[in-house]
Design a protein around this ligand. Structure first.
Ligand SMILES: Nc1ncnc2c1ncn2[C@@H]1O[C@H](COP(=O)(O)OP(=O)(O)OP(=O)(O)O)[C@@H](O)[C@H]1O
Ligand SMILES: [Mg+2]
Length: 380
């Protein structure tokens, strides 16, 4: 598409809020310039274009530009404190992952936290006077961008699941569909209903569909089990409402911790961090609902409710399909094994027991959430 036409379309879509976003991205640029120097920024962000929204939820809106390596999450009205919590939890979880043994966290990826631009950030001093009266500054959580999944996977998804009425070609070429992250719903096995609007952005891929695409569901379950254990017993957070998605492999994986280096050698530790950008990997994101955890009965209940309230990423106990039974066992074993390395307390086993008990109650027709199906409880 010609650059001029492209710019016009973007401006039309984003409208007046474009200024706000533009300013935030300039704030990001300034921050990165300060941190990294001008040359580094220009090398990392060739050909920046107009900002555009690539995601939206109840907490905020996610903005980026073509060619940018960062995204900015701006708060929705009244969600300032939630975004602040997001930034605190993001920092905590990232730092925790970095100091967790590589053997437990090598397959999970987290966007790199860059900064939280506040209302009083010195950046706002540079906003021209004639624009100021028309804009309302927001907070902006800046982190690295998860790049969309490979084109090969997008094609496979469209080929297999786009309803016959949909224009399969436009499903691949529409800009919105190029921002494709794939939500991994290991806890849901269903027939997909034909939908009027077939969208690849945040595509919710169910476990039966993963099998159809010959994706390694067992590996996904193991990674989720280990990751949840790290969140619970190293970061001490309940993992409420976090997302597990497939996105492109990062250019640079998280660096090895000092302990990892001490326990390794120059040929060994680096190989763990070689990444192949042609592949898709699991990313963990969205920490605004995470809460810290107490090591007591209330803590177990909090963890169990977060497990069921979330979208159905995790495999479920008491499933009917034999593949799902095996996936739950893989998830549970990896969770317990990782927890055994992270803590000596009995809470991990009690959490698993609480999840299994709740699954049995749901199967028998009762639920703490008032629904009997085994996927009940998720918010969205
Ligand atoms: N670092 C990132 N890189 C690429 N896309 C992202 C990134 N962070 C978020 N997104 C996209 O934006 C969407 C919304 O982001 P996020 O989940 O953080 O917002 P939210 O307001 O907390 O949403 P929710 O109501 O689902 O909790 C995500 O589902 C994802 O598609
Ligand atoms: Mg959220």
């Amino acid at each position: 598409m010609p650059p001029l036409l492209w710019t016009s379309i973007t401006i039309a879509i984003i409208g007046t809020s474009r200024w706000v976003v533009h300013l935030f991205h300039d704030a990001v640029s300034i921050a990165i310039l300060v941190c990294c120097g001008r040359d580094t920024l220009q090398q990392r962000t060739p050909g920046l274009s107009e900002p555009r929204a690539i995601g939206k939820g109840q907490c905020g809106e996610i903005w980026t530009r073509v060619g940018s390596v960062v995204v900015t999450k701006t708060n929705n009205p009244g969600k300032e404190d939630q975004l602040w919590n997001d930034s605190c939890m993001h920092r905590l979880i990232e730092e925790t992952m970095r100091t967790t043994p590589t053997s437990l966290q090598r397959d999970i990826n987290i966007p790199k936290f860059e900064m939280l631009a506040s209302l009083t950030h010195k950046f706002w001093n540079d906003v021209p006077e004639h624009i100021r009266p028309n804009i309302k500054p927001k907070y902006g959580l800046v982190s690295s961008r998860i790049r969309p999944v490979t084109e090969a996977l997008r094609r496979d998804i469209v080929k297999a699941f786009a309803p016959s009425s949909a224009n399969k070609r436009s499903a691949l070429t529409e800009l919105e569909n190029q921002d494709c992250l794939v939500r991994l719903y290991l806890g849901r096995r269903e027939k997909r209903f034909d939908r009027q609007a077939f969208r690849l952005r945040n595509f919710d891929l169910m476990v039966n569909e993963m099998e159809e695409l010959q994706l390694d569901t067992s590996k996904f379950a193991a990674i989720m089990g280990k990751t949840l254990s790290i969140l619970h017993w190293s970061a001490h957070v309940d993992a409420d409402d976090v997302e597990f998605v497939l996105g492109r492999s990062p250019t640079l994986k998280m660096r090895a911790s000092a302990t990892d280096c001490n326990d390794s050698n120059k040929d060994d530790v680096c190989q763990d961090f070689t990444s192949d950008e042609r592949h898709n990997v699991i990313w963990l994101l969205d920490f605004d609902q995470c809460k810290s955890l107490d090591d007591n009965d209330a803590g177990i209940k909090q963890l169990m409710q977060s497990f069921y309230f979330n979208d159905p990423y995790y495999p479920r106990p008491e499933a009917n399909h034999p593949n799902d039974v095996a996936l739950w066992a893989t998830f549970r074993d990896n969770y317990l094994e990782a927890s055994g390395l992270l803590t000596a307390i009995m809470m991990p086993a009690r959490f698993i027991e609480a999840v299994e008990t709740e699954a049995r109650r749901r199967k028998a027709g009762g639920s703490i959430f008032g629904r009997s199906d085994n996927n009940a409880g998720y918010r969205k």
